[in-house]
Write a protein that binds this ligand. Sequence first.
Ligand SMILES: NC(=O)c1ccc[n+]([C@@H]2O[C@H](COP(=O)([O-])OP(=O)(O)OC[C@H]3O[C@@H](n4cnc5c(N)ncnc54)[C@H](OP(=O)(O)O)[C@@H]3O)[C@@H](O)[C@H]2O)c1
Length: 367
Amino acid sequence: MAAVPEENKLSYNFLGRSGLKVANICLGTMTFGDSGVKRPGQATEEYSHQVLDRYVQWGGNFLDTADVYSQGLSEKFIGSWLSKQSREQFVVATKVRGNSAVGVGLSRRHIVNSIERSLERLQTDYVDLYQMHLWDDGTPIEETLRAFDDLVRCGKVRYIGASNVVGWQLQKIVCTSEKLGLNPFISLQQQYSLACRETEFEPLQVCKTEGLGVLPWSPLKGGLLSGKYTRDSPPTSGRLGWVREDEKRASQAMPDWSALEGNDQIWNIIDALQDIAKSHGKSMAQVSLRWLLQKDVVPSVIIGATSLEQLDDNLGASSGWALSSEEMARLDEVSQPRIPYPYEMIWRLNRSRRNPYQSSYFVSNSD
Ligand SMILES: NC(=O)c1ccc[n+]([C@@H]2O[C@H](COP(=O)([O-])OP(=O)(O)OC[C@H]3O[C@@H](n4cnc5c(N)ncnc54)[C@H](OP(=O)(O)O)[C@@H]3O)[C@@H](O)[C@H]2O)c1
């Protein structure tokens, strides 16, 4: 593949209120390994290593995986590659909570078991960012936070973060850590894209006010925001095509076409993406990713790719160009979610009360 010009290589940001610097595009590895479900685009070990090598050629250092991706194969494929690299060069993020061979949830017991397995698969002594994959209703948050803090203190983990939480849960994590004098969470990995902005109402406000970096996942809503599907040409291949064959396969990262095709807002977003992409000579995927990269709470976007061509396309969003404030505003407006009570009322009646030293504001509204 062509050499990556210096000016297009990935840029770097601090991850939240921490001293950790990461590439502004993180390589998501959910598509590494096949756990037997025969989902299209799942990569072999060899192809996964080619993807990792290419990401490094773009100057990337930030890898995201989870204990449950392809039943541990994603971590394993990263491990066999990482063992041939200089370990310190990379920021490796993984997660715990899902149903794995050693259990489920965020109990101290499960966390300690799971990190040991992850370290083995990743062939490393430490994980740079350890994330709770999803809130666990079954475990007191104090137990989870103390276990995470212990992992930092004993050196198995460098930093800790959250994923998939609502606003009060994240605020509780922040306040409980403070009250107990524990290491703070530095990041929130959350679904965030032009097609999914409700998380701005609460969790992103907490990130903004408490200094956590937001790591958007499914930034292209499973491929939809690459613009490769139109209302009249539904998916027949790839992830969305696979879900369309059997709607029971649908999930947040794998949207169901029948819910998308009649959604006018989605097609208005795609139209705006097409116009903006054309005027920059960029792809629609790059514009979708760029919109996220220009949000002040986002230090890095987690991408997914099933081919080296998609990878190159997505990494081309990183640097060397930008959307204008008018283009950002157009995309903000066309993708604006309906703002429910009480958010709408609080935001509207506070328009004349904006205080730059005060925290509360809507990420989506520039006025
Ligand atoms: N914390 C969580 O709960 C959570 C959940 C989901 C994901 N994640 C993380 O986020 C990462 C990214 O998520 P995601 O895979 O759902 O991201 P996404 O960007 O929404 O979707 C990626 C998919 O879109 C298609 N695609 C990507 N780039 C494209 C391009 N330039 N042109 C055309 N099609 C393109 C590919 O699928 P096809 O080729 O099959 O169409 C690709 O697999 C994951 O790997 C994982 O690390 C975390």
